[in-house]
Design a binder for this molecule. Structure first.
Ligand SMILES: [Zn+2]
Length: 228
């Protein structure tokens, strides 16, 4: 094999590795995201992305209240703008709101730095107007990271929250199936990724919170992860 071909194959392989890394926030290749708390204490963090949703966010909040559980909601700015009362309800329930971009555009990871910063800022300002305070937390759309996302986060001064347990709840499977997938992976300190826009979210949450309670897990606020 000539040196040229070997070099080409090496570059191609590196490209594939970097592309795959961009889709797995847990690898921390481009930026440091808090994905799990290193602890033996039975605590977990629930995170809900892509809301607020007028149908399922209220039901999700009802379940959390019933179980006295605290969670974090990574809201999409444009949805927050449409449903400010829901964002206020999230905060008044003792939960945390984080920035999940304004547009949640499929093209977000490919935005220029300027466009990405503007999108993040628009969401930040919208959430700040509604809640009265700036969130210091960001979760990139789709959890995709790359050098531009890393730079945008650095310039904006955000703490990035990833996850250690991916429920894959957006596939729309039965809540029982998603629940089993989650608990199979679960260990102390996990950050669980859920979506409060999914119809099965409240039912899944009941199964999960019953299980966590039985197993002696405390469902706690994200500040315990950020401060650790
Ligand atoms: Zn999302």
């Amino acid at each position: 094999m000539t040196t040229g071909i070997i070099l080409l194959l090496t570059v191609a392989l590196l490209g594939v590795c970097l592309f795959r890394a961009s889709y797995d926030i847990r690898r921390g290749v481009y930026l440091k995201a808090l994905c799990k708390k290193e602890t033996v204490e039975r605590v977990v963090f629930l995170t809900f992305d892509d809301g607020p949703d007028e149908r399922y966010t209220p039901l999700t909040l009802d379940v959390l209240k019933r179980y006295r559980a605290t969670a974090t909601f990574f809201c999409i700015g444009k949805r927050a703008e449409e449903h400010p009362a829901l964002v206020r309800r999230i905060v008044s329930g003792g939960h945390t709101v984080g920035n999940h971009s304004y547009s949640h555009s499929n093209a977000f990871p490919l935005f220029s730095l300027k466009k990405m910063l503007a999108d993040m800022k628009r969401s930040e300002e919208c959430l700040e107007r509604i809640t009265g305070e700036r969130t210091g937390l960001f979760r990139p759309p789709f959890g995709v990271t790359n050098p531009v996302v890393a730079k945008a986060v650095r310039l904006s001064g955000y703490t990035v929250i990833g996850w250690s347990v991916r429920s894959l709840d957006t596939r729309g499977e039965a809540p029982g199936k998603i629940f089993r997938r989650i608990v199979k992976q679960l260990s102390p300190g996990d950050v669980i990724l859920l979506h409060d826009r999914m119809p099965g979210c409240p039912e899944l949450l009941v199964l999960l919170l019953d299980y966590l309670d039985e197993q002696g897990y405390k469902v706690t606020g994200i500040d315990k992860l950020v401060q650790s």
